[in-house]
Design a protein around this ligand. Structure first.
Ligand SMILES: Nc1ncnc2c1ncn2[C@@H]1O[C@H](COP(=O)(O)OP(=O)(O)OP(=O)(O)O)[C@@H](O)[C@H]1O
Ligand SMILES: O=c1[nH]c(=O)c2[nH+]cn([C@@H]3O[C@H](COP(=O)(O)O)[C@@H](O)[C@H]3O)c2[nH]1
Ligand SMILES: NC(=O)CC[C@H](N)C(=O)O
Ligand SMILES: [Mg+2]
Length: 521
Protein backbone atom coordinates (compact mmCIF):
# COMPACT_ATOMS: atom_id res chain seq x y z
CA UNK A 1 0.00 0.00 0.00
CA UNK A 2 1.31 3.44 -0.90
CA UNK A 3 0.78 6.08 1.76
CA UNK A 4 0.23 9.73 1.24
CA UNK A 5 3.25 11.36 2.75
CA UNK A 6 4.86 14.56 3.92
CA UNK A 7 8.55 15.32 3.39
CA UNK A 8 10.28 17.10 6.27
CA UNK A 9 13.67 18.66 5.61
CA UNK A 10 15.88 19.00 8.68
CA UNK A 11 18.01 22.12 9.10
CA UNK A 12 19.41 20.89 12.42
CA UNK A 13 16.82 22.11 14.91
CA UNK A 14 16.82 20.38 18.30
CA UNK A 15 13.12 19.69 17.80
CA UNK A 16 13.00 18.43 14.19
CA UNK A 17 11.95 14.96 15.33
CA UNK A 18 8.97 16.52 17.05
CA UNK A 19 7.67 17.81 13.73
CA UNK A 20 7.66 14.26 12.43
CA UNK A 21 5.93 12.98 15.54
CA UNK A 22 3.23 15.67 15.34
CA UNK A 23 2.56 14.76 11.70
CA UNK A 24 2.40 11.04 12.57
CA UNK A 25 -0.08 11.81 15.35
CA UNK A 26 -2.34 13.08 12.59
CA UNK A 27 -2.15 9.58 11.09
CA UNK A 28 -0.16 10.92 8.19
CA UNK A 29 3.06 9.20 7.15
CA UNK A 30 6.14 11.41 6.91
CA UNK A 31 9.89 11.15 6.63
CA UNK A 32 12.60 13.40 8.00
CA UNK A 33 15.63 13.92 5.77
CA UNK A 34 18.66 16.23 5.92
CA UNK A 35 18.01 19.52 4.13
CA UNK A 36 20.76 18.92 1.57
CA UNK A 37 19.08 16.09 -0.33
CA UNK A 38 19.15 16.53 -4.10
CA UNK A 39 16.50 18.06 -6.35
CA UNK A 40 15.98 14.61 -7.91
CA UNK A 41 15.31 13.13 -4.49
CA UNK A 42 12.72 15.79 -3.78
CA UNK A 43 11.03 15.28 -7.14
CA UNK A 44 11.02 11.51 -6.79
CA UNK A 45 9.74 11.45 -3.21
CA UNK A 46 6.09 11.94 -4.05
CA UNK A 47 5.26 14.32 -1.19
CA UNK A 48 1.79 15.75 -0.69
CA UNK A 49 3.49 18.62 1.10
CA UNK A 50 6.88 19.71 2.43
CA UNK A 51 7.85 21.07 5.86
CA UNK A 52 11.15 22.92 6.39
CA UNK A 53 12.42 22.73 9.98
CA UNK A 54 14.15 25.31 12.15
CA UNK A 55 17.90 25.37 12.62
CA UNK A 56 20.76 27.10 14.43
CA UNK A 57 22.15 29.02 11.44
CA UNK A 58 21.38 32.45 9.99
CA UNK A 59 20.48 32.52 6.30
CA UNK A 60 22.68 35.60 5.70
CA UNK A 61 25.72 33.69 6.99
CA UNK A 62 25.30 30.06 5.94
CA UNK A 63 24.64 30.45 2.26
CA UNK A 64 24.75 26.72 1.54
CA UNK A 65 22.04 25.88 4.08
CA UNK A 66 19.21 26.15 1.57
CA UNK A 67 16.23 24.01 0.67
CA UNK A 68 16.61 22.24 -2.69
CA UNK A 69 14.99 24.65 -5.15
CA UNK A 70 12.79 21.79 -6.41
CA UNK A 71 10.77 22.08 -3.18
CA UNK A 72 9.24 25.29 -4.50
CA UNK A 73 8.61 23.87 -7.97
CA UNK A 74 6.70 20.70 -7.02
CA UNK A 75 3.33 22.42 -7.01
CA UNK A 76 2.59 21.12 -3.46
CA UNK A 77 2.11 23.11 -0.24
CA UNK A 78 5.22 24.10 1.76
CA UNK A 79 5.39 25.07 5.44
CA UNK A 80 8.57 26.75 6.67
CA UNK A 81 9.13 26.80 10.41
CA UNK A 82 11.56 29.38 11.90
CA UNK A 83 14.80 28.87 9.92
CA UNK A 84 12.61 27.11 7.35
CA UNK A 85 10.50 30.25 6.98
CA UNK A 86 13.61 32.40 6.79
CA UNK A 87 15.24 30.37 4.06
CA UNK A 88 11.96 30.22 2.16
CA UNK A 89 11.76 34.02 2.33
CA UNK A 90 15.33 34.41 1.21
CA UNK A 91 15.18 31.81 -1.60
CA UNK A 92 12.01 33.28 -3.07
CA UNK A 93 13.23 36.89 -3.13
CA UNK A 94 12.56 38.32 0.33
CA UNK A 95 14.95 39.50 3.02
CA UNK A 96 16.09 38.24 6.43
CA UNK A 97 17.99 40.29 8.99
CA UNK A 98 19.29 39.97 12.49
CA UNK A 99 16.69 41.20 14.92
CA UNK A 100 17.43 43.82 17.59
CA UNK A 101 15.39 41.78 20.02
CA UNK A 102 15.76 38.03 20.39
CA UNK A 103 12.58 36.18 21.29
CA UNK A 104 12.96 33.03 23.29
CA UNK A 105 10.00 31.27 24.85
CA UNK A 106 6.38 32.33 25.13
CA UNK A 107 5.02 34.98 22.77
CA UNK A 108 1.59 36.18 21.76
CA UNK A 109 0.88 36.44 18.06
CA UNK A 110 -2.03 38.15 16.35
CA UNK A 111 -3.49 36.34 13.33
CA UNK A 112 -4.09 38.69 10.42
CA UNK A 113 -6.14 38.45 7.25
CA UNK A 114 -7.97 35.27 6.41
CA UNK A 115 -5.31 32.65 5.99
CA UNK A 116 -6.23 29.03 5.50
CA UNK A 117 -3.52 28.12 8.02
CA UNK A 118 -5.04 29.92 11.02
CA UNK A 119 -8.72 30.45 10.06
CA UNK A 120 -10.84 29.51 13.06
CA UNK A 121 -7.79 28.59 15.16
CA UNK A 122 -7.18 30.95 18.06
CA UNK A 123 -6.67 30.99 21.81
CA UNK A 124 -8.44 34.33 22.35
CA UNK A 125 -9.96 37.17 20.36
CA UNK A 126 -8.92 40.81 20.96
CA UNK A 127 -11.12 43.92 20.99
CA UNK A 128 -10.80 44.37 17.22
CA UNK A 129 -11.89 40.80 16.60
CA UNK A 130 -8.43 39.43 15.67
CA UNK A 131 -7.55 35.93 16.81
CA UNK A 132 -4.66 35.72 19.27
CA UNK A 133 -2.37 32.71 19.52
CA UNK A 134 -0.05 31.66 22.35
CA UNK A 135 3.08 30.48 20.62
CA UNK A 136 6.66 29.45 21.39
CA UNK A 137 9.47 31.33 19.68
CA UNK A 138 13.21 30.77 19.58
CA UNK A 139 14.95 33.11 17.18
CA UNK A 140 17.37 35.99 16.78
CA UNK A 141 16.69 36.71 13.07
CA UNK A 142 13.53 37.73 11.30
CA UNK A 143 12.01 38.16 7.88
CA UNK A 144 12.00 41.89 7.10
CA UNK A 145 10.81 41.74 3.49
CA UNK A 146 8.47 39.13 2.10
CA UNK A 147 8.98 37.58 -1.32
CA UNK A 148 6.61 38.63 -4.13
CA UNK A 149 3.14 37.13 -3.77
CA UNK A 150 3.28 36.81 0.05
CA UNK A 151 1.17 38.61 2.64
CA UNK A 152 1.43 38.85 6.43
CA UNK A 153 -0.81 36.40 8.29
CA UNK A 154 0.57 36.86 11.82
CA UNK A 155 2.49 39.49 13.77
CA UNK A 156 3.48 40.75 17.14
CA UNK A 157 5.39 43.77 18.34
CA UNK A 158 8.93 42.50 17.99
CA UNK A 159 8.26 40.43 14.87
CA UNK A 160 5.90 42.20 12.47
CA UNK A 161 6.21 39.33 9.98
CA UNK A 162 5.72 36.45 12.41
CA UNK A 163 3.81 34.41 9.83
CA UNK A 164 3.42 34.84 6.09
CA UNK A 165 1.60 33.16 3.23
CA UNK A 166 1.28 32.99 -0.51
CA UNK A 167 -2.17 31.40 -0.52
CA UNK A 168 -2.22 30.90 -4.29
CA UNK A 169 0.80 28.57 -4.12
CA UNK A 170 -0.03 27.30 -0.59
CA UNK A 171 3.37 28.45 0.74
CA UNK A 172 3.35 29.24 4.46
CA UNK A 173 6.01 30.45 6.86
CA UNK A 174 5.76 30.66 10.64
CA UNK A 175 8.44 32.17 12.86
CA UNK A 176 7.13 30.24 15.88
CA UNK A 177 7.32 26.48 16.51
CA UNK A 178 3.95 24.74 16.07
CA UNK A 179 5.62 21.36 16.81
CA UNK A 180 6.28 22.09 20.51
CA UNK A 181 3.48 21.67 23.03
CA UNK A 182 4.09 25.18 24.41
CA UNK A 183 2.40 26.44 21.25
CA UNK A 184 -1.10 25.74 22.51
CA UNK A 185 -2.79 25.36 19.14
CA UNK A 186 0.26 23.81 17.46
CA UNK A 187 -1.47 20.49 16.95
CA UNK A 188 -4.42 22.17 15.20
CA UNK A 189 -2.07 24.13 12.96
CA UNK A 190 -0.18 20.99 11.92
CA UNK A 191 -3.50 19.20 11.37
CA UNK A 192 -4.73 22.10 9.24
CA UNK A 193 -1.60 21.99 7.13
CA UNK A 194 -1.43 18.25 6.50
CA UNK A 195 -5.14 17.48 6.18
CA UNK A 196 -6.83 20.58 4.80
CA UNK A 197 -4.00 22.25 2.92
CA UNK A 198 -2.04 19.21 1.69
CA UNK A 199 -5.13 17.03 1.44
CA UNK A 200 -3.72 14.03 3.32
CA UNK A 201 -6.21 11.56 4.80
CA UNK A 202 -5.71 9.41 7.92
CA UNK A 203 -4.04 6.38 6.39
CA UNK A 204 -1.24 5.78 8.94
CA UNK A 205 -2.42 3.71 11.92
CA UNK A 206 -1.21 0.67 13.88
CA UNK A 207 -3.73 -2.04 12.95
CA UNK A 208 -3.23 -1.06 9.31
CA UNK A 209 0.51 -1.04 9.85
CA UNK A 210 0.59 -4.61 11.20
CA UNK A 211 -1.18 -6.05 8.14
CA UNK A 212 1.06 -4.15 5.83
CA UNK A 213 4.27 -5.04 7.69
CA UNK A 214 3.31 -8.73 7.89
CA UNK A 215 2.68 -8.83 4.16
CA UNK A 216 5.98 -7.11 3.45
CA UNK A 217 8.00 -9.41 5.71
CA UNK A 218 6.50 -12.51 4.05
CA UNK A 219 7.29 -11.13 0.63
CA UNK A 220 10.88 -10.26 1.54
CA UNK A 221 11.72 -13.46 3.37
CA UNK A 222 9.91 -16.06 1.27
CA UNK A 223 10.81 -19.50 2.60
CA UNK A 224 14.18 -18.51 4.05
CA UNK A 225 14.99 -18.37 7.75
CA UNK A 226 15.57 -15.35 9.98
CA UNK A 227 17.58 -15.01 13.16
CA UNK A 228 17.02 -12.13 15.56
CA UNK A 229 19.01 -10.97 18.58
CA UNK A 230 16.47 -10.78 21.35
CA UNK A 231 17.51 -8.64 24.32
CA UNK A 232 14.24 -8.47 26.23
CA UNK A 233 14.25 -4.70 25.52
CA UNK A 234 11.35 -2.98 23.82
CA UNK A 235 12.62 -2.76 20.25
CA UNK A 236 13.90 -6.27 19.71
CA UNK A 237 10.88 -7.72 21.52
CA UNK A 238 8.39 -5.89 19.34
CA UNK A 239 10.38 -6.77 16.22
CA UNK A 240 10.34 -10.42 17.30
CA UNK A 241 6.58 -10.42 17.92
CA UNK A 242 5.91 -8.80 14.54
CA UNK A 243 8.19 -11.11 12.56
CA UNK A 244 6.83 -14.13 14.43
CA UNK A 245 3.31 -13.08 13.43
CA UNK A 246 4.48 -12.97 9.81
CA UNK A 247 6.60 -16.11 9.46
CA UNK A 248 6.14 -18.19 12.62
CA UNK A 249 8.86 -20.80 13.07
CA UNK A 250 10.98 -19.49 10.22
CA UNK A 251 12.10 -17.05 12.92
CA UNK A 252 14.69 -18.10 15.49
CA UNK A 253 15.33 -15.63 18.30
CA UNK A 254 18.76 -15.74 19.88
CA UNK A 255 18.84 -14.49 23.44
CA UNK A 256 22.42 -14.07 24.60
CA UNK A 257 23.20 -14.22 28.29
CA UNK A 258 26.58 -12.54 28.53
CA UNK A 259 26.55 -12.73 32.30
CA UNK A 260 25.79 -9.00 32.42
CA UNK A 261 22.01 -9.12 32.45
CA UNK A 262 19.71 -7.94 35.23
CA UNK A 263 18.43 -10.24 37.96
CA UNK A 264 16.11 -12.95 36.58
CA UNK A 265 16.17 -11.37 33.13
CA UNK A 266 16.98 -14.66 31.42
CA UNK A 267 14.05 -16.49 32.93
CA UNK A 268 11.65 -13.65 32.26
CA UNK A 269 12.55 -13.34 28.58
CA UNK A 270 12.27 -17.08 28.00
CA UNK A 271 8.89 -17.28 29.71
CA UNK A 272 7.56 -14.38 27.73
CA UNK A 273 8.64 -15.52 24.30
CA UNK A 274 8.75 -19.27 24.37
CA UNK A 275 5.95 -19.59 26.94
CA UNK A 276 3.50 -16.96 25.90
CA UNK A 277 4.14 -16.15 22.25
CA UNK A 278 5.28 -19.68 21.38
CA UNK A 279 8.18 -18.27 19.43
CA UNK A 280 11.32 -20.28 18.94
CA UNK A 281 13.97 -18.85 21.27
CA UNK A 282 17.49 -20.15 21.69
CA UNK A 283 18.99 -19.20 25.03
CA UNK A 284 22.77 -19.01 24.67
CA UNK A 285 24.68 -18.97 27.91
CA UNK A 286 27.84 -17.19 26.81
CA UNK A 287 28.87 -15.98 30.24
CA UNK A 288 32.22 -17.74 30.17
CA UNK A 289 33.01 -16.46 26.67
CA UNK A 290 32.21 -12.79 27.46
CA UNK A 291 33.72 -12.80 30.93
CA UNK A 292 36.83 -14.48 29.62
CA UNK A 293 37.43 -11.80 26.99
CA UNK A 294 36.67 -9.01 29.44
CA UNK A 295 39.11 -10.33 31.99
CA UNK A 296 41.62 -7.62 32.93
CA UNK A 297 40.12 -5.02 30.56
CA UNK A 298 39.38 -1.64 32.18
CA UNK A 299 38.96 0.84 29.32
CA UNK A 300 35.26 1.61 28.63
CA UNK A 301 35.58 1.81 24.84
CA UNK A 302 37.59 -1.39 24.73
CA UNK A 303 34.97 -3.14 26.85
CA UNK A 304 32.19 -1.98 24.50
CA UNK A 305 34.10 -3.16 21.44
CA UNK A 306 34.76 -6.59 22.95
CA UNK A 307 31.11 -7.05 23.88
CA UNK A 308 29.96 -5.98 20.39
CA UNK A 309 32.41 -8.38 18.77
CA UNK A 310 31.38 -11.33 20.93
CA UNK A 311 27.69 -10.71 20.13
CA UNK A 312 28.45 -11.08 16.45
CA UNK A 313 30.41 -14.28 17.14
CA UNK A 314 27.43 -15.79 18.91
CA UNK A 315 24.98 -14.79 16.17
CA UNK A 316 27.24 -16.22 13.50
CA UNK A 317 27.59 -19.49 15.34
CA UNK A 318 23.82 -19.75 15.78
CA UNK A 319 23.09 -18.88 12.16
CA UNK A 320 25.40 -21.67 11.02
CA UNK A 321 23.32 -24.20 12.91
CA UNK A 322 20.25 -23.39 10.81
CA UNK A 323 19.95 -24.90 7.34
CA UNK A 324 18.49 -21.89 5.59
CA UNK A 325 19.27 -18.76 7.67
CA UNK A 326 19.65 -15.87 5.24
CA UNK A 327 18.45 -12.93 7.36
CA UNK A 328 19.46 -11.13 10.52
CA UNK A 329 16.58 -9.12 12.00
CA UNK A 330 17.21 -6.04 14.10
CA UNK A 331 15.02 -3.71 16.12
CA UNK A 332 16.38 -0.57 14.45
CA UNK A 333 13.88 2.26 14.95
CA UNK A 334 13.43 5.60 13.20
CA UNK A 335 15.49 7.75 15.58
CA UNK A 336 18.44 5.35 15.01
CA UNK A 337 18.06 5.93 11.29
CA UNK A 338 17.77 9.69 11.64
CA UNK A 339 20.68 9.94 14.06
CA UNK A 340 23.00 8.12 11.73
CA UNK A 341 22.13 10.24 8.71
CA UNK A 342 20.65 13.53 9.88
CA UNK A 343 21.90 17.09 9.47
CA UNK A 344 23.17 17.09 13.03
CA UNK A 345 25.35 14.02 12.72
CA UNK A 346 27.71 15.80 10.33
CA UNK A 347 29.53 17.56 13.11
CA UNK A 348 28.85 15.06 15.85
CA UNK A 349 31.65 13.65 18.02
CA UNK A 350 31.77 10.04 19.09
CA UNK A 351 31.19 10.02 22.83
CA UNK A 352 30.57 6.29 23.09
CA UNK A 353 30.44 3.58 20.50
CA UNK A 354 26.88 2.44 21.12
CA UNK A 355 26.81 -1.08 19.99
CA UNK A 356 23.80 -2.46 18.29
CA UNK A 357 24.57 -5.89 17.02
CA UNK A 358 28.20 -4.78 16.81
CA UNK A 359 29.54 -3.08 13.74
CA UNK A 360 28.22 -5.81 11.44
CA UNK A 361 31.09 -7.33 9.45
CA UNK A 362 30.75 -7.87 5.69
CA UNK A 363 31.52 -11.54 6.19
CA UNK A 364 28.35 -12.04 8.22
CA UNK A 365 26.70 -13.16 5.01
CA UNK A 366 23.19 -12.32 6.19
CA UNK A 367 20.71 -9.81 4.78
CA UNK A 368 19.23 -7.29 7.21
CA UNK A 369 15.56 -7.29 8.12
CA UNK A 370 14.50 -4.15 9.98
CA UNK A 371 10.71 -3.94 10.16
CA UNK A 372 10.63 -1.07 12.71
CA UNK A 373 12.84 1.30 10.73
CA UNK A 374 9.99 3.75 10.11
CA UNK A 375 8.64 3.95 13.66
CA UNK A 376 9.21 6.21 16.63
CA UNK A 377 9.55 4.67 20.10
CA UNK A 378 5.98 5.51 21.09
CA UNK A 379 4.71 3.95 17.86
CA UNK A 380 6.82 0.86 18.57
CA UNK A 381 5.19 0.60 21.99
CA UNK A 382 1.73 0.99 20.50
CA UNK A 383 2.59 -1.74 18.01
CA UNK A 384 3.83 -4.01 20.82
CA UNK A 385 0.55 -3.67 22.67
CA UNK A 386 -1.42 -4.29 19.46
CA UNK A 387 0.63 -7.49 18.98
CA UNK A 388 -0.30 -8.72 22.44
CA UNK A 389 2.89 -8.04 24.40
CA UNK A 390 2.17 -7.19 28.03
CA UNK A 391 2.17 -3.54 29.07
CA UNK A 392 5.01 -4.04 31.57
CA UNK A 393 7.33 -5.31 28.91
CA UNK A 394 6.48 -2.66 26.36
CA UNK A 395 6.89 0.21 28.82
CA UNK A 396 10.17 -1.01 30.31
CA UNK A 397 13.10 1.32 30.68
CA UNK A 398 15.71 0.79 27.97
CA UNK A 399 18.67 -1.41 28.84
CA UNK A 400 21.95 -1.05 26.95
CA UNK A 401 23.21 -4.01 24.93
CA UNK A 402 26.53 -4.17 26.88
CA UNK A 403 24.40 -4.40 30.01
CA UNK A 404 26.08 -4.32 33.40
CA UNK A 405 29.38 -4.26 31.50
CA UNK A 406 29.08 -0.46 31.31
CA UNK A 407 27.63 -0.17 34.82
CA UNK A 408 30.58 -1.79 36.54
CA UNK A 409 33.34 0.81 36.36
CA UNK A 410 36.65 -0.52 35.15
CA UNK A 411 37.32 -4.23 35.22
CA UNK A 412 34.24 -6.47 35.05
CA UNK A 413 34.25 -9.29 37.58
CA UNK A 414 31.67 -11.94 38.36
CA UNK A 415 31.57 -10.89 42.02
CA UNK A 416 30.82 -7.27 41.08
CA UNK A 417 28.10 -8.28 38.62
CA UNK A 418 26.38 -10.40 41.28
CA UNK A 419 26.39 -7.58 43.84
CA UNK A 420 25.19 -5.04 41.29
CA UNK A 421 22.33 -7.24 40.06
CA UNK A 422 20.92 -7.48 43.55
CA UNK A 423 21.30 -3.79 44.34
CA UNK A 424 19.70 -2.86 41.02
CA UNK A 425 16.74 -5.18 41.59
CA UNK A 426 16.06 -3.58 44.99
CA UNK A 427 16.19 -0.09 43.50
CA UNK A 428 13.77 -0.96 40.67
CA UNK A 429 11.49 -2.81 43.07
CA UNK A 430 11.17 0.21 45.34
CA UNK A 431 10.73 2.59 42.42
CA UNK A 432 7.81 0.52 41.19
CA UNK A 433 6.30 0.26 44.65
CA UNK A 434 6.46 4.03 45.08
CA UNK A 435 4.91 4.71 41.65
CA UNK A 436 8.12 6.33 40.38
CA UNK A 437 9.10 3.79 37.72
CA UNK A 438 6.78 5.25 35.09
CA UNK A 439 7.71 8.80 36.07
CA UNK A 440 11.37 8.22 35.25
CA UNK A 441 12.72 7.39 31.81
CA UNK A 442 15.55 5.18 33.00
CA UNK A 443 16.82 4.10 36.40
CA UNK A 444 19.57 1.72 37.51
CA UNK A 445 22.42 1.11 39.91
CA UNK A 446 26.13 1.48 39.12
CA UNK A 447 28.93 -0.45 40.80
CA UNK A 448 31.95 1.52 41.99
CA UNK A 449 34.97 -0.68 42.64
CA UNK A 450 36.20 1.39 45.57
CA UNK A 451 35.91 0.51 49.23
CA UNK A 452 34.91 2.78 52.05
CA UNK A 453 34.68 2.31 55.78
CA UNK A 454 31.41 1.77 57.57
CA UNK A 455 30.09 0.51 60.85
CA UNK A 456 27.45 -2.19 61.15
CA UNK A 457 26.37 -3.82 64.39
CA UNK A 458 29.24 -2.17 66.22
CA UNK A 459 31.70 -3.74 63.82
CA UNK A 460 33.87 -2.06 61.22
CA UNK A 461 33.08 -2.72 57.57
CA UNK A 462 35.23 -2.01 54.56
CA UNK A 463 33.11 -2.57 51.48
CA UNK A 464 32.05 -1.37 48.02
CA UNK A 465 29.93 1.62 46.94
CA UNK A 466 26.84 1.62 44.73
CA UNK A 467 25.54 4.72 42.94
CA UNK A 468 21.88 5.08 42.03
CA UNK A 469 20.97 6.84 38.79
CA UNK A 470 17.48 7.91 37.69
CA UNK A 471 16.80 10.32 34.84
CA UNK A 472 13.95 12.03 33.08
CA UNK A 473 14.28 12.58 29.35
CA UNK A 474 12.29 12.74 26.12
CA UNK A 475 14.88 11.47 23.70
CA UNK A 476 17.90 10.31 25.77
CA UNK A 477 20.04 12.96 24.04
CA UNK A 478 19.68 15.28 27.02
CA UNK A 479 18.42 14.32 30.47
CA UNK A 480 17.72 15.66 33.95
CA UNK A 481 18.42 13.66 37.08
CA UNK A 482 15.12 12.69 38.65
CA UNK A 483 14.19 14.46 41.86
CA UNK A 484 13.26 11.29 43.73
CA UNK A 485 11.81 11.82 47.21
CA UNK A 486 14.44 11.59 49.95
CA UNK A 487 12.31 9.08 51.80
CA UNK A 488 12.38 6.77 48.79
CA UNK A 489 16.15 7.13 48.37
CA UNK A 490 16.53 6.47 52.10
CA UNK A 491 14.53 3.28 51.88
CA UNK A 492 16.46 2.00 48.87
CA UNK A 493 19.78 2.77 50.55
CA UNK A 494 18.71 0.99 53.71
CA UNK A 495 17.58 -2.10 51.90
CA UNK A 496 20.67 -2.35 49.73
CA UNK A 497 23.06 -1.98 52.65
CA UNK A 498 21.12 -4.43 54.78
CA UNK A 499 20.40 -7.03 52.13
CA UNK A 500 23.44 -6.99 49.90
CA UNK A 501 26.46 -8.07 51.87
CA UNK A 502 29.51 -6.44 50.33
CA UNK A 503 28.00 -2.98 49.93
CA UNK A 504 28.06 -0.53 52.80
CA UNK A 505 27.48 2.81 51.08
CA UNK A 506 24.94 4.12 48.57
CA UNK A 507 25.12 7.49 46.78
CA UNK A 508 22.73 9.25 44.37
CA UNK A 509 23.94 10.67 41.05
CA UNK A 510 22.78 14.27 40.59
CA UNK A 511 24.42 15.03 37.23
CA UNK A 512 22.51 16.04 34.13
CA UNK A 513 23.28 15.10 30.53
CA UNK A 514 25.16 17.06 29.36
CA UNK A 515 27.70 17.36 30.92
CA UNK A 516 27.47 13.78 32.24
CA UNK A 517 26.03 10.92 30.17
CA UNK A 518 23.25 8.63 31.34
CA UNK A 519 25.41 5.53 31.68
CA UNK A 520 28.67 5.92 33.59
CA UNK A 521 30.78 4.36 30.83
N1 LIG B 1 21.39 -9.94 25.42
C1 LIG B 1 21.15 -9.83 24.10
N2 LIG B 1 20.91 -10.92 23.35
C2 LIG B 1 20.66 -10.81 22.03
N3 LIG B 1 20.62 -9.65 21.36
C3 LIG B 1 20.86 -8.52 22.05
C4 LIG B 1 21.13 -8.54 23.46
N4 LIG B 1 21.32 -7.26 23.88
C5 LIG B 1 21.17 -6.49 22.78
N5 LIG B 1 20.89 -7.22 21.69
C6 LIG B 1 20.66 -6.75 20.33
O1 LIG B 1 21.09 -5.39 20.22
C7 LIG B 1 20.03 -4.57 19.74
C8 LIG B 1 20.15 -3.17 20.27
O2 LIG B 1 19.88 -3.09 21.65
P1 LIG B 1 18.99 -1.88 22.18
O3 LIG B 1 19.14 -1.87 23.67
O4 LIG B 1 19.27 -0.65 21.40
O5 LIG B 1 17.49 -2.27 21.78
P2 LIG B 1 16.45 -3.13 22.57
O6 LIG B 1 17.15 -3.86 23.66
O7 LIG B 1 15.70 -3.95 21.60
O8 LIG B 1 15.43 -2.07 23.15
P3 LIG B 1 15.61 -1.03 24.37
O9 LIG B 1 16.11 0.23 23.72
O10 LIG B 1 14.24 -0.92 24.91
O11 LIG B 1 16.59 -1.63 25.34
C9 LIG B 1 18.77 -5.30 20.18
O12 LIG B 1 17.68 -4.95 19.36
C10 LIG B 1 19.17 -6.75 20.01
O13 LIG B 1 18.98 -7.16 18.69
O1 LIG C 1 21.75 -0.48 22.97
C1 LIG C 1 22.56 0.24 23.52
N1 LIG C 1 23.85 -0.03 23.32
C2 LIG C 1 24.84 0.66 23.91
O2 LIG C 1 26.01 0.38 23.71
C3 LIG C 1 24.43 1.75 24.75
N2 LIG C 1 25.12 2.66 25.49
C4 LIG C 1 24.19 3.47 26.10
N3 LIG C 1 22.97 3.10 25.74
C5 LIG C 1 21.70 3.73 26.13
O3 LIG C 1 21.58 4.94 25.39
C6 LIG C 1 21.01 5.98 26.18
C7 LIG C 1 21.96 7.16 26.27
O4 LIG C 1 23.07 6.76 27.02
P1 LIG C 1 24.34 7.65 27.33
O5 LIG C 1 23.83 8.99 27.78
O6 LIG C 1 25.08 6.91 28.41
O7 LIG C 1 25.11 7.74 26.04
C8 LIG C 1 20.70 5.33 27.53
O8 LIG C 1 19.36 4.90 27.48
C9 LIG C 1 21.67 4.17 27.59
O9 LIG C 1 21.20 3.11 28.42
C10 LIG C 1 23.09 2.04 24.92
N4 LIG C 1 22.16 1.29 24.29
N1 LIG D 1 15.01 28.25 15.79
C1 LIG D 1 15.41 28.64 14.59
O1 LIG D 1 15.11 28.04 13.57
C2 LIG D 1 16.30 29.85 14.58
C3 LIG D 1 16.55 30.39 13.21
C4 LIG D 1 17.65 31.44 13.19
N2 LIG D 1 18.90 30.84 13.57
C5 LIG D 1 17.27 32.59 14.15
O2 LIG D 1 17.91 32.78 15.14
O3 LIG D 1 16.32 33.29 13.88
MG1 LIG E 1 18.24 -2.87 25.11
Amino acid sequence: MVHQKILILDFGSQVSQLIARRVREQQVYCELHPFDVSDEFVRGFGAQGVILSGGPNSVYEADDWRAPQAVFELGVPVLGICYGMQTMASQLGGKVESSAKREFGYAEMRARGHSKLFEGIEDRVNAEGHGLLDVWMSHGDKVTEMPPGFGVIGSNESTPIAAMADESRCFYGVQFHPEVTHTIKGKEIIARFVHDICGCGHDWNMPGYIDEAVRKIREQVGDEEVILGLSGGVDSSVAAALIHRAIGDQLTCVFVDHGLLRLNEGRMVMEMFAGRLHARVVHVDATAQFMGHLNGVTDPEQKRKIIGREFVEVFQAEAQKLPNAKWLAQGTIYPDVIESGGAKSKKAHTIKSHHNVGGLPETLGLKLLEPLRDLFKDEVRELGVALGLPHDMVYRHPFPGPGLGVRILGEVKQEYADLLRRADAIFIDELRAAGWYDKTSQAFAVFLPVKSVGVMGDGRTYEYVVALRAVETQDFMTAHWAELPHSLLGKVSNRIINEVRGINRVVYDISGKPPATIEWE
